[in-house]
Design a protein around this ligand. Structure first.
Ligand code: 5AD
Ligand code: SF4
Length: 479
């Protein structure tokens, strides 16, 4: 519930996560990831491609021959943080001139010339669709040249690359099911940095889920910028591409992945209110192992603002989608994203966001001040005219409202029994495990004889604002 903690922004673990994993030996790679879960998932693909080229990952930047930062451009403050890190590595390079430093991901796409030529901060700039080219590009740099590949692709999905699972608990993993975004929300830079939307072959997705299950993983999160528009073997006009091959939309994909094993939990992110169909909700309801949690970004509670944002739905449409979730899956947890101070936002429009929050009662929310991004529709069409202090005070009001709702939702769980997948040792106490309920709420409890990767029923005895405290029980679960 902190400001800025999100799928597409600062990570759940902290501001940046250093990743490390196995490699083939030889040269050492230090990889730092910023931003969304998709970036973390991409870093696992990068580690895999570079492992094949002989790179072993290290957690120690001083030990590395190659330093790569996988970056985020969604808000200006995300970019500033990366810039500071790059300045730090530039200093390291003065001590170790053979060190190669590169920028991957969304900032690479946005700022290639600036980073490479004007500021001379890096040797290597590689966009999200060009990671297969990394070994060649690194060779080029070692041969004394700067190297860049920021070509965006209409086809690349890295479908057959087996990601090297980095910083993994061995229990939960991400699976990327599509790339890019075609939505053009007016505030968002993603369509420019990640290119056109394309979906990955469903068989490779199911195969990846099966392999993960066989390796002991018990939860997969299917990732896409807009999972509801996942479609395979059918184009935008509804024409089947390859005769004889099945058409698979997101609801069918959920069915396929859920059937890998009833003990494999399935989560997904992000849903889009304009595209989330009842089919998807019914697929979730059909399978016990699809977690009853939906992240459904609203952005604003006022239809006029939504129109300026080019979101493709009204307040009423959004609330009807919420009603559909509650109708088909009573008790399903719902989270959202909210932007305060978008171009032209009036006090009345801001209050509509607060009233929508009251109507929905979100379990969780990721809340941001609007940050104008170059090239976006909003930058070209509207004035960024809400003063910084107003954006800030509205954000504080939104956060305060969410604290009340989130706390009430957590407190309502006390006294119940929830099925929890154990993920690992609690950060605060060595003798306790933490895991998540189907609703994505964290629960902590004494370890007993249990192990990560097991399911246990937890009787919730008390809670903090966001965490459940409880004990393992033989009683049947309420969820
Ligand atoms: N300013 C502030 N927040 C933004 N988001 C996307 N672009 C911007 C921006 N320019 C937020 C949206 C989105 C989330 C991933 O980040 O809420 O859902
Ligand atoms: Fe950005 Fe909208 Fe696409 Fe999400 S759906 S990535 S907010 S353009």
């Amino acid at each position: 519930m902190r400001e800025g903690e999100h799928l597409m922004d600062e990570t759940r673990q902290g501001e940046a996560t250093v990743v490390a994993g196995p490699g083939a030996g030889g040269r050492k790679l230090y990889l730092e990831s910023y931003g969304c879960q998709m970036n973390f998932s991409d870093s696992e693909i990068v580690a895999s491609i570079l492992a094949d080229a002989g790179y072993q990952t290290t957690r120690d930047a001083d030990d590395a021959d190659l330093v790569l930062l996988n970056t985020c451009a969604i808000r200006d403050n995300a970019e500033q943080r990366v810039r500071n890190r790059l300045v730090h590595f530039k200093t390291n390079k003065q001590k170790n001139p053979s060190l190669v430093v590169g920028v991957l991901g969304c900032m690479a796409e946005r700022l290639r010339d600036q980073l490479l030529e004007e500021e001379q901060l890096v040797d290597l700039v590689v966009g999200p669709d060009a990671y297969r080219d990394l070994p060649n590009l690194v060779d080029q740099v070692e041969g004394g040249q700067k190297a860049v590949n920021v070509l965006l692709s209409r086809e690349e999905t890295y479908a057959e690359i087996s990601p090297v699972r980095l910083d993994s608990s061995g229990v939960t993993a991400f699976i990327s099911i599509m790339r890019g975004c075609d939505n053009m929300c007016s505030f968002c830079v993603v369509p420019f940095t990640r290119g056109r939307e394309r979906s990955r072959d469903p068989h490779s997705i199911v195969q990846e889920a099966r392999t993960l299950f066989d390796q002991g993983y018990r939860e997969v999160t299917l990732l896409g910028q807009n999972v509801d528009s996942y479609k395979w073997n059918i184009d935008n006009k509804g024409v089947v591409k390859e005769e004889g091959q099945p058409v698979v939309r997101f609801a069918e994909l959920l069915d396929m992945v859920a059937q890998v094993n009833p003990d494999l939990r399935v989560r997904f992110s992000t849903s889009h209110p304009k595209d989330m169909t009842d089919d998807v909700l019914h697929a979730m309801a059909r399978h016990e192992n699809i977690c009853k949690y939906i992240h459904l970004p609203v952005q604003s509670g006022h239809s006029e603002v939504l129109k300026r944002m080019n979101r493709g739905y009204t307040r009423e449409w959004y609330l009807e989608r919420i009603a559909a979730i509650r109708r088909i899956m009573p008790g399903c947890a719902i989270s959202t994203d909210i932007i305060t101070g978008f171009c032209g936002e009036t006090q009345e429009e801001h209050e509509a966001t607060l009233s929508l929050m009251d109507e929905v009662g979100y379990d969780m929310a990721f809340m941001f001040k609007y940050s104008e991004r170059p090239k976006t529709l909003a930058e070209r069409k509207f004035e960024d005219d809400v003063p910084e202090e107003v954006k800030g005070s509205r954000l504080q009001e939104v956060i305060a409202r969410q604290m009340i709702h989130g706390k009430a939702r957590t407190e309502a769980l006390v006294g119940q029994v929830h099925r929890v997948l154990i993920e690992g040792t609690s950060k605060k106490r060595d003798d306790q495990f933490f895991g998540r309920t189907t609703h994505n709420t964290v629960a902590v409890f004494l370890k007993g004889d249990h192990k990560p990767g097991e399911y246990v029923n937890v009787h919730v005895t008390s809670c903090t604002a966001v965490t459940l405290l409880g004990e393992v029980t033989n009683q049947p679960a309420d969820t």
